[in-house]
Design a protein. Structure first.
Length: 556
């Protein structure tokens, strides 16, 4: 589940998404070693298309042929050389790479919406794909699903992958706790197309997990690279050299939504470089099309070439201010809302350091962009409000000149900058004296968790992209509810969402819960960290649709 804290922009593999199982990784490594020995066929040279002037006599003088080389639309991505090391093959642990080769039962779109991928439709209580008690999920695979070699993808292969994953979970760090709810002994396949999964406890967010790594099927069989490393996703590996991996489209895969095939990317190349300098020099020469950046790299006299642009994508992290509703000064909703009124996040970001500006975007939604349920309407209304914050403060029956403590971590540069600027803004707009309270990380975490604060700067991330992870922690009976927030109306929204018959109903209730949380003023979203990439302009749409870097693959 979600966690709060100091270094939440550190998107490590073991905290953000599920790791591949040892069975899955072993299969990949077997293939990788074989590839490095040249066992996979290399890219064939482009066909030469010959055109000739029509002649009426076959035996006349020789004709002049005009030849043109067919153009292959190749997207070339610079990655640290260590990812392509012949020894480690660390790229096999990267979701960016694996989701080009494999698809799960469902797919999470860039908008955050979950779509069927290998299945006919998303199970719901309405279509009887989810049992009334929420413990049984029935997935019906599409007809004619095939591996890249033309063999069928079966429900049994998906179940076997989950079983192999389950076998190593006790010894594997970072596995999602919710997979402990899977009762694989009771799960079964009814036929090649029907997978029935049993849960020990109802988990409405379980469908979101069906798009993640444990649900990417692995072809079982002999330890032959031709058997194991077969793709069921949009691309397949065509060649692997020590410094470059080349993927080409998998012609057995059907792009049901059209958001990959429409970009007509005929080849993906992951090219290794030792440094950012080497990678950007290659970008200027036209040798690569995408280079990931850090905020510090972008803010230090970085030159963007005329045919390039910087792509920004909000990561699944939110920074903001937590307001302790048990504090006497903030026991009234009006007092809490006074802090958010007129607090324009873009203007706040504009006065922070260049590095923070480069690596963040303003936030009015507690749930980050790219996760269904994200909604900035309530936050935006407060941020842009022209109502007087002092009026709301007075309605909260608070006297003027009150001293308020703002807790933050003294070892987090973002916390430090935000604390200084928020103090200025609030003392200008409200009859308050903000007393800064910097603490060492261990003290900060302890005080935040126990509710020993009035205001606190903090952040939040989750193990997987589902709105429940940003909302359920603040239910009245949640052990994680460090806001001391207890509200029957908020709880009822969450309960309705969990009992919903389908995902549209579920997220309609989550949107209500999210907006209510913001309107109650217990959380003030401020910033989302962003992933940055230098992208050749002609590929910006393709990169935006096909990739969600989430801060990976930078040359730190």
């Amino acid at each position: 589940m979600a966690q709060n804290g100091l270094k939440l922009d550190r998107m490590t593999i073991d905290k953000f998404y599920v790791l591949v199982s040892s069975f899955f990784l072993t299969a990949l490594l077997i293939f990788a070693m074989a590839c490095s020995q040249g066992s996979i066929a290399q890219v064939q040279e482009n066909d030469v298309v010959a055109t000739t002037e029509a002649t009426t006599e076959a035996t006349t003088e020789a004709t002049t042929e005009a030849t043109t080389e067919a153009t292959v639309r190749t997207l070339r991505i610079a990655v640290p050389s260590a990812l392509l090391s012949e020894v480690s093959k660390n790229i096999l642990l990267e979701e960016i790479f694996l989701h080009k080769l494999y698809v799960g039962l469902s797919r999470i779109e860039p908008s955050g919406r979950l779509r069927p991928e290998m299945i006919m439709t998303l199970p719901s209580k309405e279509n009887e794909g989810i049992s009334p008690d929420g413990l049984t999920y029935t997935f019906l695979l599409k007809r004619d699903l095939k591996w890249s070699d033309g063999e069928p993808v079966t429900a049994q292969q998906i179940l076997e992958t989950l079983i192999s994953y389950d076998a190593v979970k006790e010894n594997t760090v970072g596995l999602l706790e919710i997979f402990n709810d899977l009762d694989l002994e009771q799960s079964t396949v009814l036929d090649d197309r029907t997978l029935v999964l049993k849960l020990r406890e109802s988990s409405p967010e379980f469908l979101t997990l069906s798009a993640l790594l444990p649900f990417l099927p692995v072809r079982s069989g002999s330890l032959d690279e031709a058997t194991y490393f077969l793709s069921n996703g949009p691309f397949k590996i065509n060649s692997w050299e020590n410094s470059k991996v080349t993927l080409v489209p998998n012609d057995q895969w059907s792009d049901q939504i059209g958001n990959i095939a429409t970009h007509e990317i005929q080849e993906l190349e992951f090219v290794g470089y030792n440094s950012l300098t080497d990678a950007t020099e290659s970008f200027f020469k036209g040798e690569v099309d995408v280079v990931n950046l850090t905020a510090s790299q972008l803010s230090s006299d970085f030159q963007i070439p005329s045919d390039g642009e910087v792509s920004k994508k909000a990561r699944h992290v939110t920074y903001g201010v937590f307001v302790n509703s048990e504090s006497m000064s903030f026991s009234k909703t009006e007092s809490r809302k006074a802090l958010a009124l007129g607090l324009n996040k873009q203007k706040l970001l504009d006065v922070l350091s260049a590095e923070i500006q480069a690596g963040h975007s303003p936030a009015n939604s507690w749930i980050p962009e790219g996760i269904r349920g994200s909604n900035n309407s309530a936050g935006w209304a407060l941020s842009e409000s022209k109502e007087l914050a002092t009026d709301y403060w007075a309605r909260g029956r608070n006297p003027g000149g009150v001293g308020i403590e703002l807790l933050y971590s003294l070892e987090d540069s973002l916390h430090v900058e935000l604390a200084v600027e928020l103090k200025k803004l609030w003392e200008q707009s409200l009859p308050l004296q903000i007393n800064l309270r910097p603490e060492k990380p261990e003290e900060y975490f302890a005080d935040l968790k126990t509710g020993h604060y009035q205001l606190a700067i903090g952040g939040w991330q989750a193990d997987y992209p589902d709105a429940a992870n940003w909302l359920h922690p603040f239910a009245t009976d949640s052990d994680e509810n460090f806001l001391s927030f207890a509200d029957d109306k908020y709880d009822s929204f969450l309960q309705s969402a969990d009992m919903a018959n389908n995902r549209d109903e579920r997220f309609s209730e989550y949107t209500k819960a999210h907006n209510y949380l913001i309107e109650q003023g217990v959380i003030i979203p401020i910033l989302h960290p962003v992933s940055l990439a230098l992208v050749r302009s002609e590929f910006s749409a393709a990169v935006n649709t096909m990739f969600d870097f989430q801060g990976k693959w930078t040359f730190d």
